[in-house]
Write a protein that binds this ligand. Sequence first.
Ligand SMILES: NC(=O)c1ccc[n+]([C@@H]2O[C@H](COP(=O)([O-])OP(=O)(O)OC[C@H]3O[C@@H](n4cnc5c(N)ncnc54)[C@H](O)[C@@H]3O)[C@@H](O)[C@H]2O)c1
Length: 365
Amino acid sequence: MKTININLPQNGYDIYIGNGIIKQVTKKIKSLDLKKNLFFVVDKNVYELYSSQIDLLIKNYKGKVNLLVVEASEKFKSFKTLELIYKNLLENDYSRDTLLLAIGGGIIGDICGFAAATFSRGIQSVQIPTTLLSTVDSSVGGKTGINFSNTKNIIGTFNQPNFVLIDVNFLKSLSKEELLSGLGEIVKYAFLTNIQFYKYVKKNINEVYSKNPKTFTKIIEETVRFKGDVVISDEKETGNRKMLNLGHTFAHAFEVETKFELKHGQAVIVGIASSLFLSFKIGLISKLKLDELLELIYIFKDEIRIGRINFDNAISIMQRDKKNKDGKIKFVLIKDIGNILIDVEANRDDIIYSLENGIGVFKWK
Ligand SMILES: NC(=O)c1ccc[n+]([C@@H]2O[C@H](COP(=O)([O-])OP(=O)(O)OC[C@H]3O[C@@H](n4cnc5c(N)ncnc54)[C@H](O)[C@@H]3O)[C@@H](O)[C@H]2O)c1
């Protein structure tokens, strides 16, 4: 088992990564002297697939323990699910001395993180991510929240877990679509980190599709370590942490414009392509560098199909992004692998050029 420490000054924690380590969760709770009243919230699909392992955990636990199975979708990332969690906690007499454990993808992780931050003015929590996206990204860093009034993640808070346990064995049941979703964030980290990791990702995309546990472990270790360092340097996203939004300003517009037909991970890859074209258009990189950097993006050119995008609508969506100020769109752009600029503004013509060329890499629907 690998351990990575997120060394935050007040609320640091460990991330454990391994294959088949779910059974060690109660041992970790004991060794870290965490609260002994356990409340598991599990994604319905995950429970259907892994009930024997989860039930065994619960059966063998000597102490108060309950399980709530909930449905995971953006529709259920809502006050309704949050209420269900609060209600179940109360009905089962849980109070402040509770440890809430979330087993599922980013949706369950984000809701449970928020539930833990708010129930009884804050209880302890553990993240056990089960999708590729949640292992490489969302389970680390403490962003929690729910959707409200058709706006994604608009209600939430920063709340770091007490530990994160990543068992790559869960990833064996993911569909190709879910793997591609995780790959969107992995491609992002390939550009953010360093040339060695960029080359590793480029060489090992097929190993991800074939669900090689060793490849999963290596990629998760690299991304989590990198994200951890960024979070340590800027926990509340006032500066440096914004780099983690590479490709996401464009991606969000693509998701909304395609009515979410284009999945998040796919949208991130198209978004990074557009960011690269914008970097080139405003003179941050040469044509030679652009072509070199696009090589990783081209691997996905036949996997992603995108319908026609209305560029005016896309720009309006980007202007409304909650990360902007005064309607000015702020981009994260690339000068080179590991050399990232944040808060870059661009003119309308350059944005349209980037939208057109970024989308142009992929197949039309
Ligand atoms: N907090 C953060 O920093 C952060 C970062 C990125 C994304 N997010 C959030 O994460 C969410 C997306 O997360 P996600 O991609 O994990 O989606 P998800 O939680 O919806 O999971 C995707 C699907 O996979 C299923 N699933 C989960 N684990 C499985 C397994 N082991 N085998 C088979 N199926 C499984 C789920 O039931 C669901 O149908 C979004 O709401 C996004 O806003 C948060």
